[in-house]
Ligand binder design. Sequence first.
Ligand code: PMP
Length: 400
Amino acid sequence: MSAGTAISPNLALDQEVARLRAAGNRVVHLGFGEARLPLPPGLLRALGDGAEHTAYGPVAGRPEVLAAVAGYHARRRLPTEADQVVVAPGSKPLLMSLVAAVDGDVLLPRPAWVTYGPQARLLGRRAWGVDIPRRCGGVPDPAALVDTVRQVRERGRRPGLLVLTLPDNPTGTLAPPGLIRAVCEIARAEDLTVVSDEIYRDLLHEPTAAFLSPAEVAPERTVVTTGLSKTHALGGWRIGSARFPAGDRGAELRARVLATASEVWSSLAGPLQSVARYAYEEPPELTAHVARGARLHAAVARAVHRTMTDAGADCRAPDGGFYVYPDFEPARAALAAHGAVDSASLERVLLERAGVAVLGGHHFGDDPGALRFRAATSLLYGATDRQRRTALDSDDPVEL
Ligand code: PMP
């Protein structure tokens, strides 16, 4: 993982695929964290209705938008006031503002989403990877976390922020409640601020799966970030939000994030705030749309997991979001014959010889061998709107 002049690896791969396709190559693109769903009419209507908001708005967001986000969290066992919330152009800038807002270095599960580490380094911080437990990602192993905190302190540095991803990118897994409790206890003992990145939270493969937010366990120190990019397949509209703790600590953190926001993006675009309000109020037709998308992703993720396991890869069963993260270490000898000796060369061989674009585990700070496959509505890529609608209505992916 680098920071400096390199553009983020997922965006770089996306551009490479576009270039290859423009040159007439056929590429199956499973390297980008995005789903494609039809645009529900309600979202388009909200965008149009919001066009009247042509003036700059309040930095945090308009009051009715913040109230809608607060309601969203309250329906998920997190009582929230509107003044605990901020909306922004995507959760990415909020995550970076949080690094800026908290003194000290950043602790990340390893592997972790490609952007957390570079964001820390762009701000002159260091990011420390902590091994994950064997069965799930997105959270560090508790014993490894204690050990890393000790080592970071021994180097004369101060660990400040712990980032958790629930469900996780890249592993596609969801940390169980017991693990969340253990990690939150350590965060409290070590006085870490926790960022719980819950952008895939409403995309659980089993809707009844036990989801425990760190904000329920350590409410005084946990910031929850989320957004509409994944659940609503609206990445290009750039709508994200953050929920801060109640009380002084949360108010101070929020004020710091707003200071950054006011100097960097001013506010979320007016019409998109109207979209955010509509979406976070969760009207039944939109909830049904998100749930249908989630069922599709689940079907694809299970199928990809089965295929990978059958092929001999070591692969955790996915719980949510839209990734599957097989490790091809067991097939090392066979792959070496094709010139693939680590995840970087495996990524390249797959793209050049098979026309399949995926991201290697090294981009996530992982040991060589693993690859991240996007397992979203990939079967719908290239489908006509009618085919997509049919698939969404029937719950089954359309085979093209
Ligand atoms: N967190 C995670 C774990 C992600 O995968 C992504 C998108 N790839 C984001 C945050 C950022 O999403 P956005 O900025 O579109 O809200």
